[in-house]
Design a protein around this ligand. Structure first.
Ligand code: PMP
Length: 427
């Protein structure tokens, strides 16, 4: 095992033991060994600004989480078959951030598990099977959820009762009324289900459409869509794995930007700042339809340590008024990138909500996606000590999603690096 302390090259070679499924970022992979706030450090001591990670939302190695987890670990860590105050305190605290009709909450370990259970609940409640998602959606990796995640890879089988609507690409669709456009697409798919004898169970939408290219749209645009879903007897499952926990600014949850009420809300990623923890909030009557036939146990989910970490995150978000901070920084971020777009015409549409922005990298003078330039830009930014990534149907949308503790000096650093990187690659 001594060889495990070898060079980066040795470590990459030794990854063969992990098999071929995992993918690394960057042509020259990164070996990160520590993090603090928005900053990450590699094994050579080089510092990077993290513009990508939404999981450590209150900052890498946040001492509040470390303290909460350590204290709880020294006491006990068990599971939901015993009573514990941590899960009850957190459940009540978190439900208070949600609409009153969502009055039950259960915990899992990953966003995939939360969506898996949400779909099962929706299907049992409606006695339907049909689920509608967007064309580039990613909702997780269980057998059930990967079947409704079209972006997962072309060889993964899609569920025969899943229907897709096109990505609500506000940049290219050329409509001011994306809500009506989207409602009509959903109506078409419900009609298609009827033709095939599939009963509609509901929609599963991430309200900022992260993997579709980060599409916040105008606040409220989802209203007509969800009204239709309910009129057709379906449920609205809000996948808040990405937009939840203050990420989109102004409101705690992404769906609240639209003033709509989901029947089920799933959450994960930033919930416990990197400790495995996810959840599903749900109307009690919807849950009862499931619970009549199924118990649910998930070994590690909702354990006292995970709940302590999640509570520390929620407390931190409130005590530091992160919602206002995110709204403020989000506006500066979009303005900053938009200003650079005036000098660098490959930066197309710049859009965002809170600290989640998407910038289309295009062939100048057109809206044509330019994946090759986007990939070069990511590599160049790394040379300028900024870690960032891409998303969207063509892999050409710059996805900017830093930890929420992102500061004005981080923003200056990022904008200078973006400017310099675009100049380096001749754009
Ligand atoms: N939903 C969304 C919107 C996601 O982005 C992801 C993860 N990228 C998931 C669900 C699945 O979460 P996990 O990886 O924790 O299973």
């Amino acid at each position: 095992l001594d060889t495990l302390h070898g060079t980066l090259h040795d470590l990459v070679a030794q990854r063969e033991v992990l098999g071929p499924c995992y993918r690394l970022f960057y042509q020259k992979p990164l070996h990160l060994v520590s993090g603090r706030g928005t900053r990450l450090f590699d094994s050579d001591g080089t510092e990077y600004l993290d513009m990508y990670n939404n999981i450590p939302s209150i900052g890498h190695s946040n001492p509040c989480v470390t303290k909460a987890v350590t204290e709880q670990l020294t006491k006990i860590n068990t599971h939901t078959r015993y009573v514990h105050q941590n899960i009850l305190a957190y459940a009540n605290d978190l439900l208070a951030t949600l609409p009153p009709s969502l009055d039950r909450i259960m915990f899992m370990c990953s966003g995939s598990e939360a969506n898996d259970l949400a779909i099962r609940c929706a299907q049992l409640y409606t006695l339907g099977e049909g689920i509608i998602v967007t064309a580039e959606a990613y909702h997780g990796n269980t057998a059930l959820v990967s079947g409704v995640s079209p972006s997962i890879g072309k060889d993964v089988p899609m569920s025969p009762t899943m229907r897709m609507i096109p990505t609500p690409d506000t940049y290219r669709l050329g409509t001011d009324d994306i809500g009506t456009w989207m409602r009509d697409r959903v109506a078409e798919q419900i009609a298609d289900m009827k033709r095939h004898g599939i009963r509609f169970a509901g929609v599963l939408f991430d309200s900022i459409f992260s993997s579709d290219g980060v599409i916040p749209g105008k606040p409220g645009f989802l209203q007509p869509v969800i009204d239709l879903v309910h009129a057709e007897g379906g449920l609205y499952i809000a996948d808040e794995v990405q937009p939840g926990f203050c990420r989109t600014g102004d409101t705690f949850w992404g769906f609240q930007r639209h003033d709509i009420t989901p029947d089920i809300v799933t959450m994960g990623k930033p919930m416990a700042n990197g400790i495995a923890c996810s959840g599903m909030a749900i109307r009690h009557d919807v849950l009862e339809a499931f619970a009549e036939r199924n118990p649910y146990f998930n070994t590690f989910a909702g354990n006292p340590v995970a709940m302590a970490a999640a509570q520390a995150v929620l407390d931190y978000l409130r005590e530091h008024d992160m919602l206002s901070h995110v709204s403020h920084m989000g506006k500066l971020l979009v303005n900053g990138i938009s200003n650079l777009a005036k000098e660098h015409p490959c930066l197309g549409d710049v859009r965002g909500a809170g600290l989640f922005t998407g910038t289309d990298i295009v062939i100048p003078g057109t809206k044509d996606p330019d994946r090759a330039t986007a990939v070069k830009l990511i590599e160049a930014l790394r040379e300028h000590h900024v870690l960032i990534s891409l998303c969207g149907p063509y892999g050409s949308v710059l996805k900017v999603r830093p930890p929420l503790v992102f500061s004005e000096s981080d923003l200056d650093f990022f904008l200078s690096a973006l400017d310099a990187s675009l100049t380096d690659i001749g754009k």
